[in-house]
Ligand binder design. Sequence first.
Ligand SMILES: Cc1ncc(COP(=O)(O)O)c(C=O)c1O
Length: 371
Amino acid sequence: MNIPPFTLERYFAKHEFSAKYLLSSSDCESLSLTEMLEMASPEMRKTFFDLKLGYTESMGHPQLRAEAAKLHHGLNAENLLIAAPEEAIFIFMNALLEPGDHVISTFPGYQSLYEIARAGGCQISTWEPDEAAEWHFDLARLAELIRPETKLVVVNFPHNPTGYIPSQKEFADLINLLREKGIYLLSDEMYRYLEIEAGATLPSACEAYEKAFSLFGMSKTFGLPGLRIGWIATQDAATLAKMLQLKDYTTICSSAPSEILSIIALQNKDAIIEMQNARLARNFAILDEFMAARPNRFALNRPRGGSICFPRILGVENTLEFADTLVAEAGIMIAPSHVFDYGHKHFRLGFGRENFGEVLGLFGEYVDTIS
Ligand SMILES: Cc1ncc(COP(=O)(O)O)c(C=O)c1O
């Protein structure tokens, strides 16, 4: 397979473990192993310490699938395949798509959501938001992009990198449109439950549509990306079976300790999600104040959810050069819009980390000195 480098991942690989301060991470603050085991029931703690480190079931630990299925109303363990989120995208695309298929994806976005399909010989169209309308993704525009050979639409809400979420009605209309045309839907829901406004949480697409595949996992909302656990939930048993066959060529099965820790996290989901949202709300207030103090430097469409947003920087020609200088001079890493193949005017800010206020303060000092 001939696939171009994953620009964002390569940029992170260069700076994530050497920059002093990270200001673009998309995951919420991670929990430690100690914290996880403290919140585990005595039974699960025993399960963890007695665990034999053998291979596990390819579909995923049955208890993990059952706990995860509770996040997708009406679906059960049989409707889920466990895999690392990125792996799940990879095997899903390979299971569903054929060369020549037409795929429409929200853009800018997480590169694998369209690149894997392109590398597999599919035609790609991008569904792009309107920055002047608060990053609105217009359904009429999506309808125009649909062709007779369109097989799959890929969406990601809350959206990485803008934090956009459509209204409940728009999301229902989107599903109705796809159902009318018989088009599959991959709904990347990695930032679900991080909605800023109450009532903005969309239904998981797999609940609402029989041709939908919902991607979720432990990485972003739970702040546990090091577990490398996620899943695809769907009513489409045939495609799920094909995905399972492909998983034999990627990881075969997931990591045994990660599965147990994910069960523990899911058993404590309300507490973890509440804790992450409390931190996000605190950081969001700091961000609001920061932006309000600098109207001539930044233009930000406030995110509706997730842990990231996508400000435009004013008076800077090229955010890639700006980001490279910033990390070299001040040790602060941001993700320039170049890594999303989206020009040079924006950058991604992540506000899910504990030290966000401190790092944003340092970033403010830096930008206030440039002309
Ligand atoms: C929208 C989106 N989907 C999928 C992923 C992949 O998640 P993971 O890195 O845990 O495999 C990411 C990670 O950044 C993401 O932002």
